[in-house]
Design a protein around this ligand. Sequence first.
Ligand code: FE
Ligand code: FE
Length: 164
Amino acid sequence: MELIERIKNDLKENLTEYRYIHSLGVMEMAEELAKVYNVDVESARIAGLLHDCAKYLSSEDKISKCESYGIPVSDYERKNPELLHAKLGACFANEIYGVTDSEILSAIIWHTTGCPDMSLLDKIVFIADYIEANRDKAEDLPKVRELAFKDIDACLLLILEDTI
Ligand code: FE
Ligand code: FE
């Protein structure tokens, strides 16, 4: 089975319907952005689809899984275990789906917090997570969506300002 199809089947079983539909939305938005910014479309689709693949774990399971993978858990993460779904998602991507591309794994790791010196793919997945078609909470979404396709760095800055 094609990797994307296999991942979709698994996510459909593991994630809530809301999260599954969101994951498909991020995959599609990441693909659109990848085309505009000349990033590998397949990488963008896989990173977008997998970005929340570890989200279904309970907080306790997130912490214990990190410990079993040898991922250090900071005090801040221990208080906010939800954050760990990003690092765990990259572990699952590698372990369960055989993703070895460090660009894809990086985009999954940084999709929640961002980081200094983000790659284009990191930015694309971060932004796609915020603006995918099923999102409707943020007030300035129309503006952010428009900016995403025109000036990716200005878009990133706007999202970071909104979320901090
Ligand atoms: Fe997430
Ligand atoms: Fe997400």
